[in-house]
Design a protein around this ligand. Structure first.
Ligand code: SF4
Length: 336
C-alpha cells in the first residue's frame, strides 16, 4: 500500500430533515453513514453506486462542504473536523472539485480570465503581477488557447467548459481533486477526451483523484481502485481490474452485470437488480442490501455485516462474500 493522502474514519454526514417544535432534529437523512476509506497518494479512486446512495455527499464531506456529525476526515494525518475557518484555509487550495454540470459551475458574467484569477487568488504560491501569464499556461494545460481568456462561458461547448473548470481547479495548485460525475453530461467522444486529459494531468502533476460516477464501465479505464457505495455505506473496495473479473459483493456483481454485453445469449446468466433504492432516512436493518439480494439469509436480515479487510487492502461488507467469490472464480476458470 502506498502513502495515504486522505483518510476517512467512521465518517457520518447526516442532515436534519425534520425538527420538533423546540427546534430539535427528529429525523435525519443519513447520506454518509460510517464510512472508513483510504485514498492513496497518486491514485485515482473510483466511487460508484446508484443515484442517491450518498456518493456526492461523500465527495463534499472530504472537502469540508457537508456537515460531519461524527468520525474524522484526515488530510496528511491532520483531522479537518473542528478546524475553524482560519485553520482550514491552508487546506482549501490543496483540495478541489470538478462538478457534473460545467455550465452551472461557471459564472456566466465573468470572462475565463476573471474566473481563473479568482481561483489563483487562493493559490498558496500566489502569482501577483503574473496572472495573465499563469492563466494562459493553465488554459494551455487543458488544451485551450490564450485567446479564450477573454471569452465568456456561454461561448464554449460543454467539453470546453469542463476544460475551463479543470483549469480553475488546477489554478490553486491542488494535490487532490474530486471529479463528481464530471464526464456524465458530456457526449461519449468528448467524455473520452476529458478522461485522457485527466490522466495526462494526473501524471504531470502527481495528482490524487476521487472519481465519482454511477457508471461502472468507465471505472476500469480511469481508476486504480474502486469503492462501491450502497445506501450511505461502502460495501466493497477492490482493484479496478479485479472488480470486473471477480466482484466480491452481490451488489457489485449486479452493477457489473448491468453493463451491456456483446453476447445476448449470456443475458440469462447475469444478475439483475430488483426493488427500489432504500431510504437514507430509515435504511433496512441488518445488511442494507438484503431486500434486494439473491443470497440473503436469516443472518443478513438480523445482523449488520462488518467491513472485512481482505488481501492487499481490498475490503468487502458481506456475510457471504466467500460464496460469491468461489462462484465467480469457478466461472472464470470454466471460461479459460
Ligand atoms: Fe447479500 Fe447477505 Fe451479503 Fe448483504 S450480507 S450482500 S444480504 S449476502
Amino acid at each position: 500500500m502506498g502513502e495515504v493522502l486522505i483518510k476517512l474514519e467512521e465518517v457520518r454526514t447526516h442532515f436534519a430533515i425534520r425538527k420538533t417544535l423546540s427546534g430539535k432534529p427528529s429525523a435525519w437523512l443519513k447520506a454518509v453513514d460510517g464510512v472508513s476509506l483510504d485514498i492513496l497518494r497518486g491514485e485515482c479512486l473510483g466511487l460508484v453506486g446508484e443515484s442517491g446512495c450518498g456518493k456526492s455527499t461523500l465527495g463534499r464531506t472530504i472537502l469540508c462542504m457537508a456537515p460531519v456529525v461524527s468520525g474524522a476526515v484526515k488530510f496528511r494525518e491532520t483531522s479537518l473536523q473542528g478546524l475553524n475557518a482560519a485553520r482550514l484555509r491552508p487546506f482549501r487550495p490543496k483540495m478541489q472539485m470538478v462538478f457534473q454540470d460545467p455550465r452551472a459551475a461557471l459564472n456566466p458574467k465573468m470572462t475565463v480570465l476573471q474566473i481563473l484569477k479568482e481561483a489563483m487568488a487562493i493559490s498558496p504560491g500566489g502569482c501577483k503581477g503574473k496572472e495573465l501569464q499563469r492563466a494562459a499556461q493553465l488554459l494551455d494545460w487543458v488544451d485551450l488557447r490564450a485567446e479564450h481568456l477573454f471569452r465568456y462561458p456561454h461561448e464554449f461547448s460543454g467539453g470546453q467548459q469542463q476544460r475551463i473548470c479543470i483549469a480553475r481547479a488546477l489554478a490553486t495548485e491542488p494535490e487532490f481533486i474530486v471529479f463528481d460525475e464530471a464526464t456524465s453530461a458530456l457526449d461519449v467522444s468528448v467524455q473520452a477526451q476529458i478522461i485522457n486529459l485527466m490522466a495526462d494531468l494526473q501524471q504531470r502533476f502527481q495528482l490524487t483523484y476521487l472519481f465519482i460516477s454511477h457508471d461502472l464501465s468507465i471505472m476500469e479505464q480511469v481508476c486504480n481502485r474502486v469503492a462501491v457505495m450502497y445506501a450511505g455505506q461502502i460495501v466493497e473496495v477492490q482493484a479496478a481490474h479485479l472488480l470486473f473479473v471477480a466482484p466480491r459483493h452481490p451488489y457489485t456483481r449486479v452493477l457489473r452485470d448491468a453493463l451491456p454485453v456483446a453476447d445476448p445469449t449470456r443475458r440469462a446468466e447475469l444478475a439483475t437488480l430488483r426493488g427500489e433504492v432504500p431510504s437514507l432516512v430509515k435504511p433496512p436493518g441488518g445488511c442494507r442490501f438484503h431486500p434486494r439480494c439473491e443470497y440473503a439469509t436469516k443472518i443478513c436480515v438480523e445482523v449488520e455485516p462488518e467491513m472485512i479487510v481482505l488481501d492487499s487492502g481490498n475490503r468487502v461488507r458481506c456475510h457471504h462474500y466467500q460464496r460469491l467469490w468461489d462462484r465467480e472464480a469457478l466461472k472464470t476458470l470454466s471460461l479459460t
